[in-house]
Design a protein around this ligand. Structure first.
Ligand code: PSU
Ligand code: MN
Length: 304
């Protein structure tokens, strides 16, 4: 473990085989506005702790791949103006040049695996964008789910994506997509996407057992657990559909492409919903942190 630098608390938890939950940092730098981003990052860590696991927020700071950040590091990231957004393709370059970058789902999975962390909580994963048949815009998160042995807890793929195509790609890549406690896949801000989930599980223990079994089979890659947003925080699909369409049109009109697409859409939807999308985003992230902590605990029970 030389290429990753765990914080003292994370190193101790891992050495004692206690549950640890990895957390990404792109959601802090590119997914939410200041100062809510810092508040949420702290709340997510507190939620993981309250539910019996050690949080490990991951980021590259001055070339070092940190697994577990101090509060000062968290605050500096949250306030920073132009932090790089790191996926699988950019991590090594950022580190070799001694720079600072926030990790997406893909990069966080890579770091978690290197550190020996099996469970990761986030908001939504990247996926196949609407119009991908022309733009070819498919997040590296999907491929990473088929590479790195980490169970990722998300509230579904963001509703700004083409959800049916995202599910098809995950199926092609051999990634188990598990809906937690319901038959349908959730769609981030809404509980239901109108699509049946390939797999359903109702307990953290079942999810942990499936992760361990996948390892025993020697299959590379992790699992995607889609956890529906709490009922009282959801925004109806019908309400969001025209807003997403407008945000997507704006992105086209402004020539937004590549890495900038997801942050642009999230910010635009935040504006168009007068901040309601952010409230929902916060509720679902905390909900995912809770479930991830439970799964991490169950995995420790199995390993013992
Ligand atoms: N979920 C959010 N906000 C975000 C993201 C997810 O609520 O900003 C980030 C994640 O880090 C995810 C990334 O990995 O967006 C996907 O970006 P892209 O589509 O460019 O791969
Ligand atoms: Mn993309």
């Amino acid at each position: 473990m030389t290429i990753v630098t765990p914080s003292p608390a994370v190193a101790t938890a891992l050495a004692e085989k206690r549950p640890v939950v990895a957390l990404e940092s792109t959601i802090i730098t590119h997914g939410m506005p200041w100062p809510q981003n810092l508040e949420v990052a702290r709340q997510v860590e507190a939620t993981v702790r309250k539910n019996g696991a050690e949080p490990a927020t991951i980021a590259v700071i001055d070339g070092t791949l940190h697994v577990g950040l101090t509060d000062e590091q968290l605050e500096a990231l949250a306030q920073a103006r132009s932090v790089a957004k790191l996926s699988r393709a950019d991590m090594a370059v950022c580190m070799s040049q001694g720079r600072t970058g926030a990790t997406t789902v893909a990069a966080t999975m890579i770091a978690a695996k290197l550190a020996g962390i099996s469970v990761f909580a986030t908001g939504g994963i990247g996926g196949v964008h609407k119009g991908a048949e022309n733009s070819f815009d498919i997040s590296a998160d999907l491929q990473e789910l088929s590479h790195s042995e980490v169970t990722v807890v998300a509230a579904g793929a963001k509703a700004i994506l083409d959800l049916p195509k995202t599910l098809e790609v995950l199926e092609t890549l051999g990634v188990p997509v598990i809906a937690y406690g319901q038959d349908q896949v959730p769609a981030f801000w809404s509980r239901e996407a109108g699509l049946r989930a390939p797999l359903r599980m109702d307990t953290a223990k079942d999810i942990a057992k499936a992760h361990v079994m996948r390892g025993r089979l020697g299959l590379p890659g992790g699992q995607l657990v889609t956890n529906p947003i709490p009922q009282d925080a959801e925004i109806a699909r019908e309400t969001l559909a025209p807003i997403i369409a407008e945000a997507t049109r704006d992105a086209h009109a402004h020539g937004i492409s590549g890495k900038d697409v997801t942050p642009y859409l999230l910010q635009r939807i935040f504006e168009l919903t007068d901040g309601r999308s952010l409230e929902a985003n916060i509720a679902l992230v905390l909900n995912n942190a809770r479930l991830a902590a439970e799964i991490a605990q169950e995995m420790c029970n199995i390993d013992a």
